[in-house]
Ligand binder design. Structure first.
Ligand code: CAO
Length: 476
């Protein structure tokens, strides 16, 4: 009976490891019958949302930790990939215990970045651990890692070794910097924000550089890497081979700050007229200055106080004086004469007066709540945005309805909110699942994914490769 079961599991594992090869051959096999789109399989007749997910059949060996890598693999999991997270026995991803809010339970830092994954504990420095890892490399499509430079090689998992073990495997890495003088540095979020040009261009002109709350260094780079991985999977359909995919955090941040590199080049040709310092007659230096809340585009904007600002730190609205609705703005704030006054009627005439113009608009916004301003302005197409607090976002019904904010139940910590899939697809529906407990799926993966026999599993387990060393102290 047991033998029969093992045989079945082995067959299932073989089948799943062949799935990817099948993806590539499927095109050929099914190409006969589909009219002019003959490189695609036959059009599915299943209802939308019921024919698997975008990445169904893709298996990820998730060797990530902290934030950047886990963001990437969680997004792949949201799209249906089978994400197997490898963690150090007894310890796990360091974020399990960082910023803990519930004693002894996985932190929100961990749970919100590791949904839709399975967890296996493996000591990668143990020979039996390496045996399991090599088996995983054979059956997975992508290895994702964000260790410090050189750490993967020190484990023995060089590109040469991986490529030889599974030529189809894609090896995707986040590093702080690309090749160059800083390539060996360890990097965290704010370091990347600074090195990628974001901090020097954020904040107020009179103040120091500022980092932003959005995690553009970590989550932003994870997002870039996920895009690279999906492209590499697509290319593999044609070439049949894997490749290395690298996203340096500095590069990811710079990509998000590209409009500032645009402005750097514009500086050679004169002052940046849409920056409020231009209107205030403050000369520009030779690098892009901090622009406060100036709009990054061609339409001047600023953050203005709304009713209740004295007590509520988020009673503000972003207000854009878009040229086509200038007349509507003048009507709303009771300055109808500005519609024809040559000092205000055209965008260039307004540029030197933006400070005064926004101060006048603010006199009006301060008489309304941010939501009232939003309602009034939206009716006449004036672009405005309320400054929403995280409390307001957590309570916002429409975000719950769309699955952007999701409540998940966790056996240890109970219910928590997470951010669901920000990308909605009509034929790939995301069900957000809770993060795994440390090593929760170790047995399941050894048996069902790797088809190890009971004796092999016992041998590996007895070796200590999957367990915490006896004296290891569990973090409080
Ligand atoms: N079994 C055994 N050893 C393991 C293991 C496992 N399952 N998983 C990890 N390790 C070991 C690694 O092999 C490494 O050992 P060596 O240094 O002896 O080779 C060690 O754990 C530590 O790995 P690390 O250097 O990556 O971790 P760190 O905490 O020192 O540094 C970080 C963390 C994030 C600074 C670094 O990983 C890094 O720079 N990563 C790239 C950039 C990045 O992603 N930064 C964003 C992080 S999110 O803010």
């Amino acid at each position: 009976m047991a033998k029969k079961k093992q045989k079945k599991a082995k067959a299932a594992a073989k089948k799943s490891s062949r799935k990817v090869v099948k993806l590539a051959t499927a095109r050929k096999a099914k190409s006969k019958s589909n009219g002019k789109h003959n490189s695609l399989p036959r059009t599915s007749t299943k209802p939308y949302g019921q024919d698997g997910q975008a990445l169904t059949g893709v298996r990820i060996l998730d060797f990530t930790h902290v934030q950047s890598g886990p963001t990437c693999t969680q997004l792949l999991g949201y799209m249906g990939a089978d994400v197997i997270k490898v963690e150090r026995p007894g310890v796990g991803d360091i974020t399990r215990t960082q910023l803990r809010d519930v004693k002894g339970e996985d932190s929100l830092y961990f749970t919100m970045l590791n949904g839709n994954k399975r967890s296996i504990t493996i000591d990668s420095k143990h020979p039996q651990g390496m045996r399991v890892l090599n088996a995983l490399i054979k059956t997975c499509d992508v290895l994702v890692e964000n260790f410090a430079p050189g750490a993967l090689d020190r484990m023995g998992l060089t590109w040469g070794h991986i490529h030889e073990t599974n030529p189809r495997m894609i090896v995707a890495s986040v590093k702080g910097f690309g090749p160059g003088p800083y390539e060996d540095c360890k990097v965290y979020e704010n370091v990347a924000q600074c090195a990628g040009g974001s901090a020097s261009t954020t904040g107020f002109r009179e103040g120091p550089p500022l980092v932003t709350g959005a995690q553009i260094g970590d989550s932003g780079t994870g997002l870039h890497l996920a895009w690279g991985i999906v492209c590499a999977l697509y290319q593999r359909m044609r070439t049949g081979r894997g490749q290395k995919v690298l996203c340096a955090m500095q590069d990811g941040v710079l990509n998000l700050a590209r409009v500032k590199l645009r402005d750097q080049q514009r500086l050679k040709h004169g002052p940046l007229s849409e920056y409020s310092q231009y209107g205030e007659n403050i000369p520009f230096g030779d690098a892009v200055p901090r622009a406060g809340n100036d709009s990054g585009g061609g339409q001047p904007g600023w953050i203005l106080k709304c009713k209740g600002w004295e007590a509520d730190p988020d009673a503000y609205i972003y207000f854009i004086t878009q040229a086509p609705v200038w007349g509507e703005i003048c009507d709303l704030i009771g300055k109808t004469e500005w519609k024809t006054d040559p000092n205000y009627a055209t965008p260039p005439a307004r540029l030197p007066r933006l400070k005064q113009i926004f101060a006048t608009i603010e006199e009006w916004t301060m008489t309304k709540t941010k939501f009232e301003v939003m309602d009034i302005c939206n009716k006449v197409d004036i672009p405005v945005g309320p400054i929403l607090s995280m409390k307001e976002i957590a309570e916002e019904k429409s975000l719950r309805d769309t699955g952007t904010v999701v409540e998940v139940d966790h056996p240890g910590r109970g219910k928590y909110l997470t951010v669901g899939n920000p990308v909605k697809m009509s034929d790939s529906i995301t069900e957000v699942k809770r993060s795994p407990l440390l090593g929760e799926h170790t047995d399941e993966i050894l048996k069902d994914v790797l088809a190890f026999k009971s004796a092999e599993i016992a041998e590996i387990k007895n070796s200590g490769a999957l367990n915490a060393p006896k004296k290891e102290e569990k973090a409080a």
